[in-house]
Design a protein around this ligand. Structure first.
Ligand code: SF4
Length: 222
């Protein structure tokens, strides 16, 4: 189990339901650039990027896809090469054998069941081989059909510190967040927390003195 930040939320700052909107508004003003870091030009490239991003950085994925997406433009093109060639082309993203297998399975299913198009709903996306709920959440949110809130390590830590959840498990954290965060903000909420987590609310040393939501945060150290 990763480190918990629940116990840091000790200050009295009012109920989460009254703080959530001002927190989102302040973070949105601070990070107008809060969006997905992966580079893609269409839903198929989005899906492939997110699948490749497991266990590696977005920067690394973007480096690989810069050439990958010129070579593979359709599901058929991913299936037209031997699997070893696809493995080689995505090698630098790590876990390349498993990822190549998932990509091929996904391309086959896109052609067989979805007319070669990327589906937009969570239920359909999780049917694709190698597409877990987190991947599906990211893809559906970017395609304008957010059906949940993506919980990664930053979202988990900041939600605990901000007193938006007392849960540890990402699925339970997501359950708390979807009750709290207005639906229109489900897609951008994780991006805001991720940027704030990277730039200010560091895991070991949060820079509360530079934090735009410190008066609203029960874990503030100032
Ligand atoms: S940096 Fe901001 S959000 Fe993080 S603990 Fe400090 S006051 Fe809270």
């Amino acid at each position: 189990m990763p480190r918990s930040y629940v116990a840091e939320a000790r200050k009295r700052v009012g109920p989460a339901r009254t703080r959530i909107r001002p927190v989102i508004e302040r973070l949105a003003l601070e990070y107008p650039d809060a969006t997905i870091a992966l580079k893609f030009r269409n839903p198929l490239e989005l899906l492939v990027s997110v699948m490749l991003s497991a266990q590696t950085t977005d920067v690394n994925v973007n480096r690989v896809t810069a050439t990958l997406f010129d070579k593979y433009r359709t599901p058929e093109e991913y299936l037209a090469v031997p699997v070893e060639e696809l493995e080689q082309d995505i090698h630098a993203t790590g876990f390349f054998r498993q990822k190549a297998k998932s990509l091929r399975g996904t391309m086959q299913m896109l052609l067989a069941d979805f007319d070669g198009e990327v589906p937009t709903t969570l239920d359909e996306l999780v049917k694709l081989p190698g597409v877990a709920r987190k991947t599906a959440n990211v893809v559906s949110a970017e395609l304008g059909h957010a059906e949940g809130i993506v919980v990664d390590t930053h979202v988990r830590r900041l939600s605990q510190r901000l007193g938006f959840t007392k849960q540890e498990d990402p699925v339970k954290i997501e359950r708390d967040l979807v009750k709290l965060v207005p639906r229109d903000d489900w897609a951008r909420f994780p991006h805001l927390l991720i940027l704030h987590g990277r730039r200010v609310c560091d895991a070991r040393r949060p820079r509360c003195e530079d934090c735009v939501v410190h008066e609203l945060c029960p874990s503030s150290r100032i």
